[in-house]
Design a protein around this ligand. Structure first.
Ligand code: DLL
Length: 423
């Protein structure tokens, strides 16, 4: 679809959505009245800035279904967010919403080259988390064979990969890494597995991590993005060009805003990703602030898709660490570590405060081939890592080398930061 045609479609869907929430959701009617706008003031997507924002806190304040635009009897499924703090958020879906969800995931899989001839092992958790059921319904819609493995029981995951001949693995990148490690430990040559594609998402991961997983499993790894409040996986997906993730922008209108001013950033610049629903029925959200940091690229992609691409998410604005005034994203640390052959992709970031000074410690596992009893050799490796991290982050980092399997493996989203300053 050409840009003009897409803009017209988005504008028409935006008008419908704004009218629906104004008439059906008291929260939005009040907010719009406070700002002094009516549905007729939004003529197209160029008027998006007139509309109010929605935050996770708004969903919590109206928990569970205060923002719904349909009666509960129209809900056919409810998901909930996996928030680590505070009350969860509940996200109802109508039948049409679930059709849209599976359509978007099917498109996302297709973007990565998955076809109906593939066998998709869904190793995201099934349940309130949208990863399992979302990937499951999308792969079913595509006509692929689905193996609903869910997360966990890693040895059995490998049995399924072998016995059922899975060609696609869908799970978090950290779990993919764990599976790759288990494949190696089982003495299996990844080249002997039929696996060819990975659909990994639900947490930030670096390009260097992608390379490690591709090597460990003998596959091409793709990035699938989404969040429960807006839908789940499949809001965007990387394509064979591997330069950004194509957004299903006929359903989700994206904006990138300056995190301080909440005004649009210059084209191509990084900022907070904000989505407005264009077709959602049960709980359409206006300008939902994801807190994810990304950028948008409207240039045409070599894969032929015309929809806008978002860059890989570098992190969340609320995961950004401010160490002695310097902004640090865990993904930056990951990129540096994985470029050094002695380091393994398992690390933990520990932030603390000594007196008035913040300290940043990176604990990292060292490849067994390099682990040595000779203190001098270990010191060389530590020095190399410290030098690279200090340079990249522009602050002094303490590097602690730890033995193989010291850092906990995960079957879902990895936890890589311990910030003791808040305790
Ligand atoms: O993680 C949905 C999902 C499931 C996406 C499976 C992809 C695959 P939530 O649990 O609500 O939903 O978490 C959403 O996870 O705001 C991002 O911070 C992060 N996230 C999701 N996908 C990616 C990705 C699911 N590909 C939050 N890259 C989002 C980086 C991601 N971060």
């Amino acid at each position: 679809m050409g840009r003009d045609e897409m803009t017209n479609l988005q504008s028409s869907r935006l008008r419908t959505t704004v009218a629906r929430v104004y008439h059906n959701v008291p929260f939005y009617r009040t907010k719009m009245q406070e700002i002094g706008i009516e549905p007729g003031d939004v003529r197209g997507i160029e008027d998006i800035e007139k509309l109010p924002f929605t935050t996770k806190q708004d969903l919590r304040d109206t928990y569970p279904f205060g923002l719904a635009a349909l009666p509960n009897s129209e809900f056919v499924r409810i998901h909930a967010s996996s928030g680590t703090t505070g009350k969860p958020t509940a996200i109802p879906h109508s039948r049409k919403d679930l059709e849209m969800f599976s359509e978007c995931v099917a498109r996302a899989l297709c973007c990565a080259g998955v076809t109906k001839d593939d066998t998709v092992q869904v190793s995201y958790g099934y349940g309130l988390f949208t990863g399992g059921l979302g990937a499951h319904d999308g792969a079913t819609k595509l006509g692929a064979t689905v193996i609903p493995a869910s997360g966990g029981n890693t040895r059995n995951q490998i049995t399924l990969l072998k016995d059922f001949g899975s060609t696609v693995l869908a799970c978090t990148p950290s779990y993919a890494l764990f599976i790759a490690e288990a494949v190696a430990e089982a003495g299996i040559d990844p080249a002997t597995l039929p696996l060819r594609i990975g659909e990994f998402g639900a947490e930030p991961w670096s390009a260097e991590m992608r390379a490690k997983i591709e090597e460990g499993l003998g596959i091409k790894a793709y990035d699938i993005y989404g969040l429960s409040e807006v839908m789940g996986p499949g809001i965007s997906n990387s394509c064979v060009v591997q330069d950004g993730l194509h957004i299903a922008e006929d359903h989700f209108l994206p904006e990138i805003l300056d995190t301080e001013t909440l005004k649009p950033v210059a084209a191509g610049r990084q900022g907070e990703l904000v989505f407005t629903h264009l077709t959602k029925e049960a709980m359409p959200l206006l300008r939902y602030r994801t807190r994810d940091i990304s950028s948008l690229n409207y240039a045409l992609c070599d894969c032929g898709r015309t929809n806008v691409r978002m860059s890989k998410v570098v992190g969340r604005s609320d995961d950004m660490l401010i160490i002695r005034g310097v902004n640090v994203f865990p993904s930056q640390i990951e990129s540096v570590l994985l470029e050094i052959p002695e380091a393994k992709p398992y690390y933990m970031i520990v932030v603390d405060r000594e007196g008035i000074l913040d300290t940043l410690e990176v604990q990292v596992e060292i490849d067994e081939r390099f682990f040595s009893d000779e203190i001098a050799r270990i010191d060389v490796v530590r020095g190399k890592l410290k030098h690279a991290l200090d340079n990249a982050l522009r602050i002094s980092v303490k590097v602690t080398l730890v033995e193989h399997k010291t850092i906990q493996r995960t079957e879902g989203k990895a936890k890589r930061v311990i910030d003791k300053r808040k305790l």
